[in-house]
Ligand binder design. Structure first.
Ligand code: G3H
Ligand code: 13P
Ligand code: ZN
Length: 316
């Protein structure tokens, strides 16, 4: 059942975080739904602009509709990840999305607000929620390239004005993470004081953590043992994710970890079976392994086991 992102946040805020997982193909969709069913968790399926253009957005959307039928107990929202203004409008007009993210974080404060407000006005007219971004994550985002050196944490003092003027429903905050597999070079981690300050200023307002992959070291080792060269890949500590999930971080975005599972399964499969050229055996293993990963991650987020409670909440 496709539900409102806003309602999922209302149920989760301060207790747990909803996993927002990026998908690109049928195998990811099947693994994602299976993993959420196995762990009895509500979740968010998110599509980036790149994912929408990889095959065809209509194909992805049809597969999500089909998954909704294949897994009738699933409770999930559909979200556009890192949208530009036009892609937000396309998704709003399509009527399929529960929420969109407008990423105008490369613009200055006032321009970011102006763009976000235009998207909010169009989205809210159709009952669709809007995520915006304030501050700059390190690494490379969809259409925003930010030099690591310029990475800038969200300033809690700016958040209240940004949210009031733009009308956004949730906010991606820069709290020390970056996209991709190389987040930290040493023992860095989340900036909990930023999360704390924002939660104090705007109680109940959902914060979104991008760049939340943990980059499991056993995945990295297995990928490298099977011919990969991911040297120095490092992600967010799972204990820190659990802590943030009870402090107002209500949506946790994960893409890279899913890619690592895909890479490990396929590298190992074809290195162990060099005579093989069939896509389905490895695809089957990937779906099962990705489902296992999702179920584990939902335990970390605290969303595991929330399905009955969220359904009750939605039916009130
Ligand atoms: O934040 C970006 C997401 O990981 C999506 O990545 O733009 O390569 O689909 P993508
Ligand atoms: P990761 O690269 O850490 O998986 O982050 C994904 C993300 O933030 C998608 O918006
Ligand atoms: Zn992101």
């Amino acid at each position: 059942m496709i539900v409102s992102t806003k309602k999922l946040f209302e149920h989760a805020y301060g207790k747990y975080a909803v996993g927002a997982y990026n998908i690109n193909n049928a195998e990811q969709i099947m693994g994602l739904f299976q993993g959420n069913m196995d762990s009895k968790a509500p979740f968010i399926v998110q599509l980036s602009k790149g994912a929408r253009g990889y095959t065809d957005s209509r194909l992805l959307e049809s597969m999500i509709r089909a998954a909704d039928e294949i897994f009738p107990d699933a409770v999930f929202a559909v979200h556009l990840d890192h949208g530009d203004e036009q892609t937000c409008y396309d998704c709003i007009d399509s009527g399929f999305y529960s929420s969109v993210m407008i990423d105008a974080s490369a613009e200055d404060f006032d321009e970011n607000i102006a763009i976000t407000k235009r998207v909010v006005d169009r989205a809210h007219a159709k009952g669709i929620a809007v995520e915006a971004e304030l501050g700059k994550l390190g690494g490379v985002e969809e259409h925003v390239s930010v030099d690591e050196a310029d990475a800038k944490l969200t300033d809690p003092k700016e958040v209240e004005e940004f949210v009031t003027r733009s009308g956004c429903d949730s906010l991606a905050c820069a709290i020390g993470t970056s996209h991709g597999a190389y987040k930290f070079t040493g023992g860095q981690g989340l900036h909990f004081s930023v999360i704390e300050d924002i939660a104090k200023l705007l109680p109940s307002f959902p914060m979104v953590m991008h760049g939340s992959s943990s980059v499991p070291q056993d995945e990295v080792e297995r990928i490298n043992a099977a011919g990969g060269t991911l040297k120095g890949a490092k992600g967010v500590d799972e204990g820190q994710i659990t802590k943030a999930s009870t402090m107002g971080v209500t949506k946790v975005n994960i893409d890279t970890d899913g890619r690592l599972v895909w890479c490990r399964v396929h590298r190992e499969h074809f290195i162990n079976k060099p005579e093989d050229f069939d896509l389905r055996p490895a695809g089957k293993v990937f779906m099962a392994e990705y489902a296992k990963y999702i179920a584990h991650k939902n335990e970390v987020l605290g969303s595991a086991g929330q399905l009955d409670s969220v359904r009750e909440f939605l039916n009130q």
